[in-house]
Design a binder for this molecule. Sequence first.
Ligand code: HEM
Length: 602
Amino acid sequence: MVALLLEFVRTPLAALALLLGAAVGFLCWLGFYPLRRWRYRHFPGPIGLPFVGNLPEITAMDTTPYLAHVSRKYGAVCKVWFGTRPWLVISDPDLVRKLACQSTARAIELASYLDVLVGENREIELASAFFAHGEPWRRGRRVFEMAIIHPASLSAHLPVIRRVLGRFVPSLARYTAASATSGQPPLDAQKAVGDLMLAITGELAYGVDFEVDFEDAAAEPRTNECHAGAGAAATSGGGIGAHLARVSREVFETFRMDNATVYLPIQMAFPSLAPAIRWMAAHLPDKNQRRVMACRSTMAAISRQLMAQWAEAKHRGHGGAEAVPADAVKVQATCHATNGKVAAAVSRAGSDGALPLGIHAFREIGSGISASSFMAAMLEERKGAGAQDRLSDIEVIAQSITFILASYETSSTTTSLALLLLATHPEAQRALTAEVDAMGGREIDMELLAELHYTEAVIKETMRLYPAVPMMHRHAKGDIQLPDGRVVPRQVLGTFLAIPNYNVHHDPALWPEPERFMPERFLTGPGGGGGPTHPAAWSGFGLGARMCVGHKLASMIGKATLLSLFRRYTFSVAPHQPVPPPMATGLTFGPKGGVWLNVHAR
Ligand code: HEM
């Protein structure tokens, strides 16, 4: 019998069968990871399919409600399969606090879930304060803190905020005529506030005017097609700020799942093959991969150009005290952008080093990018920094891009939803308008903003109901012992901890009537709820060492915007706006299809 079997094994057919069997076994191992599943067996959760895990349900239901659903069904510590990677979903407030504060690492793998960036664009992404670890993270975080946490530097940003609001608020006057007979449609607050936030955060980041034309922007129809230059905020000029605005918009567009490269789902299904998949993405890019690489390269190239202009201005301004590096002036427009004038303009700048876009960049500032801007602060700071603290060019570019990516959509989502909630809660709108009126015509400064307690409560309550970033994520590297004795297993790649603040924000044990909009919860004094009852009950800006570094700036922009708007207008819901609004999780958790409001003059 054994002899017969040995005889058979020697035949070519058997060799082929063995080979096929091995291949199928390998594929199953890749797709199912039996060992990994065994390690996480103590954590309940829905059964994941091979390769795709729970991605079909996640896509059908949307990530944020899905994580809320599984936590309700399987408990405050459970797991879901994101492709072949397990996510431990933590919704217990004590554990949320412990784990979010204990780990200072954010799972770097998330970057590959978002995108399959390669080459310099990948280097830039990984150098960003959002994804960096260790020393590079400390360096990045330090410059953010220097520019937007310290009260003196925060107030230096107010003139930009006041000036942009000064252009934006009057532009909404034409919506006060909105009616069936006037032909004027209601305001899409999501889009209009988006344009406002792009103008503010773009100028704060780069110190150049983004030239957003609010009159046009508000009238422009929403479009799903976006190439550099199309579907972007109406940017009136051809200057560098207008180009930056267009290309920033395009970068945001590329975060949408329907704009993702085909390599993204492949990487989700086979994370261990990531280097090979990235190689393919670099050498055989599909249309979406080319697009995302092109617009990110363009952003990097424009950043380099601004850095070069800054160096040149310093050189001129200080009588040549600082040498201008030749390669800094000659912008390396390495992008292979195929679309629009952004790429063309940047390439032109790179070809002769003549910086043709420079004039606009200097328009408002006199002698360079605004001295109070984030980029200027980084460049100024690194001149005197020691070797360990000195930001590289890649890091300066990375933090500038992060500034916009982290602030634009989060701020516009939160503010437009606050407007919707106020429009649907007239008593809250009355209370907010009363607070605004009590400030009279005072100029917006730090003291005034600190007095806007009700406005602040409205923003916090909006973020409780609809956290723009609905989940913190951390990277658990070692074994973590949970209070009930279970251990988060040690993994080569570490365990991905998904900490949905959305779940905690909607926990009836922490928030009575959690689905109701009640800004008073956050007020102290008579009639107020006194704020959160647990240190982790509200984490709209995250928790621990990796908490949002822009929370003070975000709150400042949000309050200044609501104050300026309610000085002139009140808002009601447009007839076709669904309440509550349909939401979707993309780069942020935001309304789907706009926030449609009627605007009334006061
Ligand atoms: C309403 C507006 C905003 C919301 C809701 C928001 C929310 C968040 C959240 C939840 C995190 C993750 C925190 C954690 O994991 O514990 C985060 C991180 C971050 N945010 Fe914000 N953010 C907002 C505005 C801003 C602004 C204006 C900036 C800067 C200009 C900014 C810069 C960052 C950065 C750099 C990080 C990464 C911090 C680190 O890992 O050290 N954010 N944000």
